[in-house]
Design a binder for this molecule. Structure first.
Ligand code: S3P
Length: 182
């Protein structure tokens, strides 16, 4: 369907919480690819990785991507950090890359009272060295795929939302309002 706003970026950058804020601000529904897969599998991400493996999870991400392309429109979609690899990403909607340095992401996660949980639920964030390597591999790919890049590091959530809305209005001129009223 294509008319969606897709938030992309590394683990822990704040995609899901920004999607919820953006939802409130635009009156568009927000959905999260990890949550969709968790409900489909009736397991959390950690359990899926442990019991079925990463490859299985990636297959589910691809299935989810086809469903989003064919069945979802006018929505805000937050994605898992590796979702960008699906072959039909561009067909789902406008891609917003939320950019931060690796250290910025670690600092953000550590700033939460439940930081431990935030690390624990992410299988690919258990080993910081490996996660940093993954980050380095991915940044160029994120940048290449993005329609819009928003720098989020150290920025207040309100300001980030403003920037996203401004960028979307510039790109779409009036379409955002139209989408919100559907
Ligand atoms: C992953 C990111 C996670 C989740 C899974 C794999 C990745 O989502 O999809 O653990 O490959 O980067 P978040 O980006 O919401 O942490």
């Amino acid at each position: 369907m294509g008319d969606n706003i897709l938030l992309m970026g590394f683990m822990g950058v704040g995609k899901s919480s920004l999607a919820r804020r953006l939802s409130k601000k635009t009156s568009l529904f927000a959905i999260d690819t990890d949550h969709l897969i968790e409900s489909l599998e009736h397991k959390n991400i950690k359990e899926i990785f442990e019991q079925k493996g990463e490859e299985y999870f990636r297959q589910k991400e691809q299935e989810c991507a086809y469903w989003l392309e064919n069945s979802v429109k006018n929505s805000i979609i937050s994605t898992g950090g590796g979702f960008y690899k699906v072959e039909n990403l561009k067909q789902i909607g406008t891609i917003i890359y939320l950019r931060s340095s690796f250290q910025g992401i670690i600092n953000r996660l550590n700033s939460f009272p439940n930081a431990k949980e935030k690390f624990a639920k992410r299988p690919l964030l258990q080993d910081e060295k490996k996660a940093k390597k993954l980050y380095k591999q991915r940044v160029k790919e994120y940048e290449a795929l993005a329609d819009i890049i928003i720098d989020v590091e150290g920025k207040e959530r309100k300001k980030i939302i403003k920037k996203i809305i401004k960028a979307l209005e510039k790109r779409w001129s009036g379409k955002l309002e139209e989408m919100s009223s559907v």
